[in-house]
Ligand binder design. Structure first.
Ligand code: ZN
Length: 462
């Protein structure tokens, strides 16, 4: 999806080509492209001269004679090309073209067909539905209090705040991450909690990065033509976006990635003051929950994947979704757990599908827990960490081991322990053992165990 800098680059290139030309005809292949009345559009756009090209956020605004203005939003894949012939450029992705009075054409090529256009009178522009709710571009924000006021009653995280186009305009996911990284602000901080100084840094860095991106695009896009490569070289100045698992250029800490409102968010835990997260894993009955409790005593936030699963099954929305996806485990509209177990043992493909579904839910819940608990160390007990492929979500992985598994199970009065131990063989703990950052040998007393946990805590916190 083009971000503001790319739209600005396109504006500059097209302005060079189009200024002073007159639209002499129009062909619309995909009527839904036009957001205003189609016949008015076709009638009014003809014989209009192109006076100038402007932009607001990601909207390109083509100012025309007789006080008309054409709004264009490229959405996912839309592109406007100025070409000298239709023949080689007309394909099934062209949703519209304009004929120009110099025998050239302006074609709108849109593979995904999400792009839109709208024709307004100039005086309708400020209040039209496309522009009326748009906030300010970073360089137009004259005071940090603009941001403080805008975020005052919002209950979202600052990462979401930077993507909120009704407040600050033009920052997409990439530039939002870059802005927060350079401002040394946690993406998981509540937007309403940012200080005046932080708001100032956001405005400065957002302006700087967008200007850098515009310059960069301008210098790398030499030509803008359907047959030529037009993507800019913006990778070269990105410090945070897409750098998960790499060293922070500033402090050499490993960069991490989480999700905020479904958008991947990369950050440096140290520079942006996000406390580390720890996964506790291990086989059955090795004392994982004892370890988790010991972390809790050290004032860490704790959660358990098993508890999250348990909570899921009492969540009406989840049950509804489950019923839609796996109707075979429902009996007269009610989830029947024995049917789940039966299907699991009978069909490998069911098991795979079912587990993948549950684990993706747990992954989201763990992500949510972690992004909302970042001012202290957050610890989550995840028995099937590697099977669920959740190892990426944590800063540190701690394995718990014990040779007393059978003893533990018996002491729990678990008469079914043989079956449980066998079931536990599926746990791919051994396979991934070398990926663990710490291993706790749970062989001694509880006091000794707490000592071991404390040592790990001291290690990760400093
Ligand atoms: Zn750093």
């Amino acid at each position: 999806m083009p971000e503001l800098p790319e739209v600005e680059t396109v504006r500059r290139i097209l302005e060079r080509d189009l200024l002073g030309l007159t639209i002499s005809g129009v062909e619309v292949f995909y009527p839904r492209l036009i957001q205003t009345d189609l016949s008015d559009f076709k009638e009014n756009i003809v014989n209009k001269k192109i006076l100038s090209l402007g932009r607001k956020g990601k909207y390109l605004i083509i100012h025309l004679s007789d006080n008309y203005a054409l709004l264009v939003h490229f959405r996912m894949e839309g592109k406007l090309f100025y070409v000298d012939s239709l023949e080689e450029n007309l394909n099934k992705y062209v949703t519209l073209y304009f004929c120009l009075n110099n025998s050239h054409y302006l074609i709108f090529n849109d593979v995904r067909k999400f792009g839109v256009m709208a024709l307004y009178k100039e005086n309708e522009l400020p209040s039209c539905k496309e522009l009326v709710n748009l906030g300010k571009e970073p360089w137009d924000i004259d005071s940090p209090s603009y941001l403080l006021n805008a975020y005052k009653n919002k209950n979202y995280l600052i990462k979401e705040g930077l993507l909120d186009q009704s407040v600050i305009l033009g920052l997409g996911n990439i530039y939002a991450d870059e802005t927060l990284y350079r401002s040394k602000i946690s993406p998981f901080k509540k937007a309403k909690d940012i200080s005046k100084d932080e708001a100032k840094k956001i405005i400065e860095n957002a302006s700087l990065i967008m200007k850098l991106a515009i310059e960069n695009n301008g210098s790398t896009i030499r030509s803008y033509h359907p047959s030529k490569e037009t993507s800019g070289n913006m990778q070269s100045f990105l410090l945070a976006y897409g750098k998960k698992g790499q060293e922070c250029p500033n402090c050499h800490t490993i960069m991490e990635k989480k999700f905020v409102g479904g958008r991947g968010t990369t950050y440096c835990p140290k520079c942006q003051n996000v406390k580390p997260s720890i996964a506790i894993t291990g086989k059955i009955a090795v004392g994982k929950s004892q370890v988790t409790s010991a972390f809790k005593k050290l004032d860490c936030y704790v959660a358990s994947a098993d508890q999250l699963v348990h909570d899921l099954y009492v969540n009406a929305k989840f049950i509804k979704e489950l019923q839609k996806k796996f109707p075979e485990v429902f009996n007269q509209g009610k989830l029947d757990k024995s049917l789940v177990i039966k299907s699991m043992t009978e069909s490998k493909s069911f098991r795979r599908k079912y587990e993948t579904f549950i684990w993706s839910k747990i992954k989201d819940l763990v992500n949510d827990f972690l992004i909302h608990h970042t001012d202290k160390v957050a610890v989550v007990e995840v028995p099937l960490l590697f099977d669920a492929k959740m190892e990426d979500q944590f800063t540190y992985l701690v394995g718990v081991e014990s040779s007393n598994q059978v003893k533990h199970l018996i002491s729990r009065n678990d008469l079914d322990y043989e079956r449980r131990l066998k079931m536990n063989e599926r746990n791919s703990y051994d396979l991934h053992r070398k990926e663990l950052d710490f291993i706790i040998d749970n062989e001694g007393s509880l006091v000794e165990l707490e000592e071991k946990v404390k040592r790990i805590y001291m290690n990760v916190i400093f």
